[in-house]
Design a protein around this ligand. Structure first.
Ligand SMILES: [Zn+2]
Length: 156
């Protein structure tokens, strides 16, 4: 791949920055290497929890602070946009979510998917994927979980 498939500006730790630098030197998409080719992951340290024909689910290597669960749901083809996802994969995602809800006794959570140019979304990997984040309830002393979903428009 010619264009880098990761955005080093969004590395939040020094270790992650080093991993992204290696991925750029290798000239690959890390999610294609780790989740789409049937090989042992080269960059991602956590095992695949659920794998279907369409999705690979794993724990995020850098869970958001304060989350009790933070999973990545990686589409197993290299696409950048949700409209490139096969309809069967959307149906399958519903099944994956239902299994995760059962396996982790989920009654709540946040599922989000960034797409497109990472300079606008805050993502570090271009390959289309979802993130499932679980926190706790709003009680005295709890703060909101913060998710990067892009950058504020000045003056808005
Ligand atoms: Zn990819």
């Amino acid at each position: 791949m010619n264009k880098p498939q990761v955005n080093i500006a969004h590395a939040v730790t020094e270790d992650y920055r080093k991993t992204l630098e290696q991925i750029i030197r290798d000239g690959v998409c890390p999610f294609c290497v780790d989740f789409c080719q049937g090989n042992k992951p080269r960059y991602h340290p956590n095992p695949i929890i659920i794998e279907t024909d369409w999705w690979a689910v794993t724990k995020n290597m850098r869970p958001y602070p304060g989350s009790s669960l933070h999973l990545l749901l990686v589409y197993k083809k290299h696409v950048l946009y949700p409209w490139e996802i096969d309809q069967k994969a959307w149906d399958d995602l519903r099944n994956v979510m239902k299994k995760l809800a059962t396996d982790y006794s989920l009654t709540h959570g946040t599922l989000f998917q960034r797409f497109g140019d990472t300079e606008f979304t805050g993502a570090s990997v271009t390959h289309f994927h979802g993130q499932l984040i679980v926190g706790t309830s709003r009680n005295e002393g709890t703060d909101p979980l913060v998710v990067y979903c892009g950058y504020k428009v000045p003056g808005k």
